[in-house]
Design a protein around this ligand. Structure first.
Ligand code: ACM
Length: 482
């Protein structure tokens, strides 16, 4: 069997021989996202009709939902024989993840956006698979530079083959507010006008946001919206000065952090957050709402505690579980189930407050900047990215253990944030994602030990997939040279 699967499955048993899909290949599947996705993908590149099987069908791709419960929500079994493919899950989500494996077993041309001639072979063998972590996220910062619905869909398309299941959207920051909120029109008429380095900004209408949520949901990605407070709030305060203690808050187009702060001691601040969280929660079917909480460097420890005591319950009030950056560990009372997102580099001491929060039941999402931050430069001479956490090469982002940093913590998963201070175009996003993203997918999904030479070999094979997909901007990393 083709060995270049990323993430690496739990068990692969190759057998000699290949199955070749053809014009008469049938696809039989229960209705669901997995069938719709796989049929569209296979039709797009092959041009084959992939109609449901009839007694005359010789080659059948069959998706089945009768897998054992032990497969879990995302596990699957894949069997490729001379007569066809049987993909078995316990849920449609499991079939969807398995469809990504099936996709990677086909030749690179399967990524072609239009029909092409190719030998559509699949190696005989079986795959049995399930993820290590339940949270396998990517984050896109649409605040520092705005990325519109089509750019976000393209970003989603990049992460789907690697079995990510969380899309965290960083929707507000000093440089822009990016989601329309009824009753607060200046957030978008004024607060969305800017971006790093100056306009244009941009924003999502609530309809746009729903379109993203639906596109993500059809690919089993849960959207986690982030409204970052109490710092990173200059755009909101410039739109509604009563949220600020600054005399006349103005829009901001720079890249400094830590200067903005909501008015902590004003009831209007919490009325605003209640309304915003309520609307964001109503737009988002997923269980989580991220309230930021990072780099509130202008806020005293006492004020930060006061702010969190009033704000954390607002998320629960609207039926969501709190996600927050690791600084929120210092809040006096964390709500049950809280997910703290660890982002400081692995070279730093783990803060005492974080140890304490973990001891009291906080769960961790691991995004240490020197490993998982996709906005950091590949190397000193790289054209895009920041270097505050050092350079983050392909190997460095792959070769780490999410369990090592905070021993004893309940790690729910891994997330790869893509901040956009230096990124303006969808090609810029591609450049930072590829080839680091697949390695982070492997860290998040695969319990197999990291094996850099093997991973580098797989990545070299995947570049042919990106070429076939028409992705031109991926980073040609010297780390992948043979
Ligand atoms: C962060 O990078 N400020 C979470």
């Amino acid at each position: 069997m083709e060995p270049n699967l990323i993430p690496v499955p739990r068990a692969v048993v190759p057998r000699p021989g290949v199955l070749t899909l053809g014009r008469d290949t049938a696809l039989t599947a229960p209705d669901g996202h997995a069938a719709a996705f796989l049929r569209a993908l296979l039709r797009r590149a092959t041009g084959f009709p992939l109609a449901p099987a009839t007694p005359a069908s010789t080659t059948v791709v069959e998706l089945r939902l009768d897998g054992p419960a032990s497969l879990g929500r995302e596990g699957y079994l894949l069997d490729v024989t001379e007569s066809g493919v049987v993909l078995t899950g316990h849920t449609d989500e499991g079939l969807f993840r398995g469809a990504q494996t099936l996709r990677q077993l086909l030749p690179p041309e399967i990524e072609s956006p239009a029909p092409v001639e190719a030998a559509w072979t699949l190696p005989h063998g079986t795959v049995e698979d399930a993820p290590r972590y339940a949270w396998r996220g990517v984050m896109l910062d649409v605040a520092r530079h705005f990325f519109d619905v089509s750019a976000v869909k393209r970003f989603i398309d990049r992460v789907v083959p690697y079995k990510f299941n969380v899309l965290h959207l960083h929707l507000s920051d000093d440089q822009g507010w990016r989601l329309a909120i009824d009753g607060y029109p200046r957030l978008t008429s004024h607060g969305a006008a800017t971006a790093v380095g100056g306009p244009p900004g941009g924003f999502f209408t609530q309809e746009d946001f729903k379109e993203i949520v639906e596109y993500a949901a059809a690919r089993y990605l849960t959207v986690v919206p982030e409204i970052d407070v109490p710092g990173h709030t200059q755009a909101a305060m410039a739109s509604y000065p009563h949220l600020s203690t600054q005399e006349a808050p103005e829009l901001y187009e720079g890249v400094e952090v830590g200067f903005s702060e909501l008015a902590i001691h004003r009831d209007a601040t919490y009325a605003f957050l209640d309304e915003v969280f309520g609307q964001v929660a109503a737009l988002t079917p997923g269980a989580y709402l991220h309230l930021g909480g990072d780099e509130a460097l202008s806020t005293t420890a006492e004020d930060y505690a006061t702010f969190m005591s009033r704000t954390l319950p607002l998320v629960g009030k609207h039926g969501k579980t709190v996600v927050a950056w690791q600084e929120a560990a210092s809040a006096p009372e964390l709500p049950p189930g809280v997910h703290l997102q660890y982002w400081r580099p692995t070279t730093e001491e783990v803060p005492e407050a974080l140890h304490k929060a973990v001891g009291e039941g906080a769960k961790l999402i691991m995004s240490p900047a020197d490993r998982a931050y996709l906005d950091q430069k590949y190397s000193e001479d790289a054209p895009l990215g920041l270097v505050w956490a050092g350079t983050v090469g392909v190997r460095q982002s792959y070769e780490w253990d999410p369990e090592a940093l905070v021993p004893g913590a309940e790690v729910v998963g891994v997330e790869a944030p893509l901040w956009s201070e230096t990124l303006r175009t969808p090609d810029d996003l591609d450049h930072m994602l590829l080839p680091r993203l697949p390695g982070l997918a492997d860290v998040a999904w695969s319990a197999a030990p990291r094996d850099w030479p093997a991973h580098a070999r797989r990545l070299r094979a995947h570049t042919a997939r990106w070429d076939a997909a028409g992705i031109t901007a991926y980073h040609r990393s010297p780390e992948l040279a043979e």
